[in-house]
Design a protein around this ligand. Structure first.
Ligand code: BGC
Length: 761
């Protein structure tokens, strides 16, 4: 960072007394209203401004003398894409010592799945169905990021995504509102800890508020058509769960829902999020989203865009400088905005206070701590364990996996097996490809006889390397084939119109399969792929996503059985691109799909309607037996009722393993048509060979509510069917109970966590 000093410095230091006055006027804490009284209108607007301190790949690169003068003039509230305890201490010092009021800056970055220790991409992390792991990852990310001077991450990304063409599906927890809610709250708790002012916690920036994941056609930034019921029941619950977990900030989505661009949507943001939910944190726009209100066609000019966003209660403008340049004019033409400005400033100062920045603005800038905490052995160990838990065994014919230690010669094929950068996935903060242990490195270290051939680059149509890979396979006992997508196929603006294998990889698979050698596919990437041609013919398939710095060891441990895979899909895999969306919790049809008997049903002529792999699917090297399910009651009242569902699960196979016990519900007759299945509880349990445990889920009547025809949460009388199983399409036990009476619910059912207790734990 270039730090310049200007003549304004001395003058500003003298004026800094005002800051102390504001501190003193407050009782034991900084009195925000005392600050507000001292602030000029320009200084207030300055707090609403977030500027680029650099680029995501060139951090701090924009912090030149002119930028520092802006800080001295009190024109900036926050920076993004900045990092480093030392440089940020100096930047903070300028704000504290050289601006008139000495208000601290907020430093932010996208720390999405790790800061230096990179964990599995979020979609993979959701595949472990283990909120404790999601929380642990966020704690570690916060420890590292806070040591590098950061206060704020733009994570978790909690957008529900049902269209895998959308590249940003990799950043979230998949298709389900209940699983998504558990992952959202776990990460918020992990980032923020119990105390936002602790020096090793950071503020969560839950994003992208609204229905960004419903972008039409899976095209990034496209509008969404989501009705009020879908919004309430599907897209918003993870945001609500994040609010309940205390998220101190949200980011608005770029896109429009039902024609209303979210960043100017007062009904969604001010009326619902603020007034109805009672949430009073910092609401940040996404990158230039305030300015983009013009491109959306709801604001004529920047003044209009600023007005719309402020009215919608967007507190901070990310990088567009619309607030910086046009809000003063907007305030002059419309004095009714003045209290809205004060309100926004108050919320921003409040998070600065809650982070402890008024008490000690330098607490996050300890260079010694910065070197100590990065990528420690313990952090790496956590990254490996979480990566292991994220792997999903999609198929395992004739128990080809786990491999025996004397598996003979293994032909390892595929450019992705040797692609360190890809394992860092989209948003890699300070992740470094040199830190990654690849599948190739790990397999060569673990097994004495490995022959590697790239075969085909993951995105190129060049088939010239396939012959060499075939030769390697012919001279080996088996093939481990890493295919799928590299890191740059998923993420922001990385939507695809086809979900097939990119480049020549299908040809590579076909050629290797034709050798007759057993083929184990290690499927890499950040989205579900439609690859029936592979899954039908491969002997085994592991969904290994993009797993972070410990990808290689996690995959190798799984191949050889040191890790028994226990992950489950957080999103359905389609058979063909044209089948999406293929989410499990669809509505029933008046004419349910019947592939054989009748044409006039909800079917495709040319493909089954079922997914290639269903939501919740994931095999193990052992087997689990589900015993009889018991209920605590045959009937519960709609008002304040609760029910417990108990199920014994036994590991009947030869090795220890994890099972994710899944509880789904259906309300078969209601005032509105209800999904055929909805996840309402789950528990990932570890069982030794032969071990039996009982899982008890406790649900409240609120969790059976629907968004009613009267626009409210409503619990209706009648039967509720429950399904317990190993996957949404592997239901082992069914049971039902009655709800008596009617009641209004409080919040979205999916946002409410079921109680879980496991015998012996
Ligand atoms: C993305 C956000 C991200 C922001 C800052 C935007 O383009 O949509 O998710 O937090 O950039 O990097």
């Amino acid at each position: 960072m270039v730090v310049g000093f200007s003549a304004a410095q001395a003058q500003a230091q003298a004026q800094n007394a005002d800051h102390r006055q504001a501190q003193v006027e407050g009782a034991s804490h900084t009195d925000i209203d005392a600050f507000l009284k001292l602030m000029t209108r320009a200084e207030k607007v300055g707090q609403l401004v977030q500027r680029m301190g650099g680029r995501s790949k060139a951090l701090n690169s924009r912090l030149g003398p002119e930028e520092l003068d802006r800080v001295r003039r009190g024109e900036v509230g926050s920076y993004l894409h900045v990092a480093g305890a030392g440089p940020l201490r100096e930047l903070q010092r300028v704000a504290i010592e050289e601006s008139r009021l000495g208000i601290p800056l907020l430093f932010s970055m996208d720390v999405v799945h790790g800061y230096r220790t990179i964990f599995p991409v979020p979609l993979a992390m959701a595949a472990n169905w283990n909120p404790d792991a999601a929380r642990l990852h966020a704690e570690i990310a916060a420890r590292e990021a806070s040591a590098a001077g950061l206060h704020w991450t733009f994570a978790p990304m909690v957008d529900i995504a049902r269209d895998p063409r959308w590249g940003r599906i990799v950043e979230g927890a998949g298709e389900d509102a209940y699983l998504g809610s558990r992952m959202a709250e776990a990460q918020v708790r992990g980032f923020q800890g119990g105390d936002l002012s602790a020096r090793d916690t950071i503020m969560a920036g839950t994003k992208h508020f609204g229905a960004y994941g419903a972008a039409e056609g899976g095209r990034d930034y496209a509008g969404a058509e989501a009705g009020e019921r879908s919004m309430r029941e599907v897209y918003l619950p993870p945001f609500r769960a994040a609010a309940n977990a205390g998220t101190a900030s949200y980011m608005t989505a770029f896109n429009a829902v039902d024609g209303v661009p979210t960043t100017g949507n007062a009904a969604l943001l001010r009326s619902m999020l603020r007034d109805e939910w009672g949430w009073d944190g910092l609401l940040l726009s996404d990158w230039r989203a305030v300015e983009e209100l013009m491109a959306h066609g709801v604001a004529r000019d920047r003044l209009g865009a600023a007005t719309l966003a402020l009215r919608a209660s967007v507190d901070m403008d990310m990088v567009a400088d619309v607030y910086a340049e046009d809000l003063v004019a907007a305030l002059e033409s419309d004095p009714s905005l003045e209290p809205l400005l004060d309100e926004a400033v108050r919320r921003i100062l409040k998070v600065k206070r809650d982070l402890g920045l008024f008490d000690d603005p330098y607490k996050y800038h300890d260079s010694a701590r910065e070197t100590e905490v990065m990528l420690t052995a313990a952090h790496r160990d956590a990254a490996r364990r979480i990566a292991e838990q994220s792997i999903v065994l999609l198929k395992n014919e004739r128990q080809v996996l786990p491999l025996a230690r004397d598996a003979g010669r293994i032909a390892l094929v595929g450019a992705l097996a040797d692609d360190a950068l890809s394992q860092l996935g989209s948003w890699r903060a300070r992740g470094d490809a040199a830190d990654v242990v690849t599948l190739r490195a790990a397999l060569e270290a673990a097994h004495p006889d490995v022959v590697y051939a790239s075969g085909a680059a993951s995105r190129s149509d060049d088939e010239s390397g396939i012959a060499e890979a075939v030769r390697a396979a012919e001279n080996a006992d088996m093939v481990v084939l890493a295919i799928g997508e590299d890191y740059d196929c998923s993420g922001e603006a990385r939507s695809r119109s086809s979900l097939e294998l990119p480049g020549a990889q299908q040809a590579l698979f076909d050629a290797l399969e034709a050798t007759g050698k057993p083929v184990v596919v290690v499927l890499t990437g950040g989205r579900p792929l439609a690859i029936p041609e592979v899954t039908e013919r491969a002997d085994a398939v592991l969904a290994a996503w993009l797993l972070g710095v410990e990808a290689g060891p996690a995959i190798v441990n799984t191949l050889f059985g040191a890790n028994n895979p226990g992950g489950k899909l957080p999103v359905s895999f389609p058979r063909a691109t044209g089948q999406v969306p293929v989410n499990y919790d669809h509505l029933p049809s008046g004419r349910p799909a019947d592939p054989d008997l009748s044409k006039d049903t909800a079917r495709y002529m040319d493909a089954p309607v079922t997914p290639l792999y269903a939501f919740g699917h994931g095999l193990s090297y052992t087997n689990f037996d589900y015993g009889e399910v018991r209920l605590s009651a045959a009937q519960i009242p709609a008002q304040g009722g609760a029910i417990s569902v108990t199920i014994p699960v036994t590991n009947t196979g030869p090795v220890a393993g994890d099972e994710v016990v899944q509880l789904y519900m259906r309300d078969p007759v209601a005032s509105v048509s209800r999904p055929v299945q909805q996840l309402r509880a789950f528990a990932r349990i570890a069982l030794d060979a032969g071990e039996r445990r009982e899982v008890m889920f406790t649900l409240t009547s609120d969790q059976f509510a629907l968004w009613s025809l009267d626009d409210d949460w409503l619990i209706e009388p009648g039967t509720i069917e429950l399904m317990v199983g190993s996957s949404s399409d592997d239901i082992r036990k069914r049971i039902s109970f009655e709800i008596a009476g009617t009641a209004t619910g409080s919040i979205a059912p999916a946002a409410i966590a079921s109680g879980v207790s496991v015998s012996g734990e």
